[in-house]
Design a protein around this ligand. Structure first.
Ligand code: ZN
Length: 189
């Protein structure tokens, strides 16, 4: 068992992964309506929606979801372009609008450009529009133009808060056994 900083025992919880079943209230159901509306370049993208038992953390922050691009090695094993991974413990606590926003966010990470000669799509992971600390904005305000652009884009009344038409909310079944941990071989955002 690994030891914590002060020699205390830290229990390692085994993280399980499973593919989200395509059913009412699933990530797929949100995505099916979000892709044609806001992410039309993803119309042909093969996206795997993966749950993990517990959301990732980065320092004190809980990461609700991550988006990763499948590299060619992984594509030889599974026919997907992207993996959208969601912490199931957090997902089941979100309301429909929050679930939609999370999916919409992860789909924003999934970029793609069409090769004008072959028509083939080249996929990539896009970074956030803004990466900044609150303290820096407090001290320096709009010191870079992207901070102002970000703030200026906040509408007085958000236009897309109405949840997409998801029939009813239902929890996904508990995780099955035997799905491998893929976190170390994927680049995530
Ligand atoms: Zn993100």
């Amino acid at each position: 068992m690994p030891k914590g900083k002060k020699g205390t025992k830290v229990e390692k919880v085994k993280i399980e992964y499973w593919k989200a079943a395509d059913e009412t209230g699933s990530p797929q159901e949100f995505a099916k309506q979000l892709v044609p509306k806001y992410h039309s370049h993803l119309a042909t993208a093969k996206i795997c929606y993966l749950f993990r038992t517990k959301a990732r953390t980065r320092g004190p922050k809980v990461i609700l979801g991550t988006a990763s691009r499948m590299n060619s090695r992984l594509q030889a094993l599974a026919d997907y372009d992207f993996i959208i991974e969601i912490g199931y413990d957090e997902w089941k606590e979100l309301n429909a609008t929050q679930k939609q926003a999370l999916l919409d966010h992860e789909l924003c990470h999934c970029g793609g450009e069409e090769n004008e000669h072959t028509g083939e799509m080249k996929w990539r992971i896009l970074p956030h529009d803004l990466e900044e600390f609150r303290d820096i904005v407090k001290r320096y305000g709009f010191w870079r133009s992207d901070i102002k652009e970000f703030v200026d884009s906040v509408p007085a009344k958000p236009s897309a808060v109405k949840p997409v038409n998801v029939s009813s909310e239902k929890n996904q079944p508990p995780p099955p056994d035997g799905i491998e941990n893929v976190e170390d071989i994927l680049q995530t955002q």
